[in-house]
Unconditional design. Structure first.
Length: 276
């Protein structure tokens, strides 16, 4: 029997990368999975978003891990679509215990942008990363409270949510601002929901081997970053973590082993934040 047997998790950005890894890991621990992804590109973003085929593949991987998943196409920027998908999932499984606000984008540019392009990047990053996280928890909290069993919320931030870096462009500043904002959201909710035994934490990965970190636009941005080189390297001898490394931390934070852990900014960063 897994550590999450009988529980149900809602995961955003589930079609690939960290979201997929979290879904497979929690399913392997016995959790049912409700998962959503946008399955469409965002014009200002410098790399393709997940596809419907990738979402379907995640469902298959969860089933191969012995779990059950209800997947749906929904944009975290659209509260009502997200809420409808979550309600359908809770009706299907009969409960909700775990919430992973994982969906996010990192829209970086190494070339000079027009002001309109910069404003578009700023708005899109804030709306996906921060507004999307708020939509996720806002839709989920009533279900957690109604269950009367407590619960666990983990919001995915970043090392950029604990340290100041990202350049001066709208996309980079939007990423840092959104990831810092997620910490404020977490800390406030951790206090507000503690009496309900609902725990709220953030996880802060360094660069992870996903499309967000390895796409050509991000590579070019990092090469052009004025404080690049050693500044952006991990102290431990690893350049990129794997999604499963973050899932290990998630599995701990949502389990009973962390039943009194709340309000914590949890770095999984190979020493990155300690260095800066």
């Amino acid at each position: 029997m897994g550590s999450l047997e009988g529980r149900v998790a809602f995961i955003t950005g589930v079609a690939r990368g960290q979201g997929r890894s979290h879904a497979v890991r929690l399913a392997g621990e016995g959790a049912g999975i409700i998962g959503i992804d946008i399955c469409a590109d965002i014009a200002s973003n410098g790399y393709p978003m997940a596809s419907l085929e990738e979402l379907e593949e995640t469902v298959e991987l969860v089933e191969s891990a012995g779990g059950t998943m209800l997947g749906a196409v929904a944009d975290v920027r659209d509260y009502h679509a997200l809420d409808a998908a979550l309600k359908a999932g809770v009706e299907h499984f009969g409960r909700l215990d775990i919430v992973l606000a994982n969906a996010g984008i990192a829209t970086m540019s190494f070339r000079e942008l027009t002001i309109d392009e910069e404003l578009e990047q700023w708005s899109d990053v804030l709306n996906v990363n921060l507004v999307g996280a708020f939509h996720t928890v806002r839709a989920a909290i009533p279900h957690l409270i109604a269950g009367g069993r407590g619960g666990s919320i983990v919001l995915t931030s970043s090392t950029a949510g604990l340290r100041g870096f990202g350049g001066t462009g709208g996309g980079g500043l939007g990423y840092a601002a959104s990831k810092h904002g997620i910490v404020g959201l977490m800390r406030t909710l951790a206090n507000a929901l503690a009496s309900q035994s609902i725990r709220v934490n953030t996880v802060h990965p360094t660069a992870v081997n996903t499309m967000m970190a390895t796409n050509p636009a991000m590579t070019a941005f990092l090469e052009a970053y004025p404080d690049g080189g050693p500044h952006l390297q991990n102290p431990m001898p690893v350049s990129l973590l794997e999604p499963e490394d973050i899932s290990d931390a998630i599995a701990f934070l949502v389990s009973d082993a962390a039943k009194y852990v709340t309000g914590v900014t949890f770095p999984v960063d190979a020493g990155f934040c300690n260095k800066l």
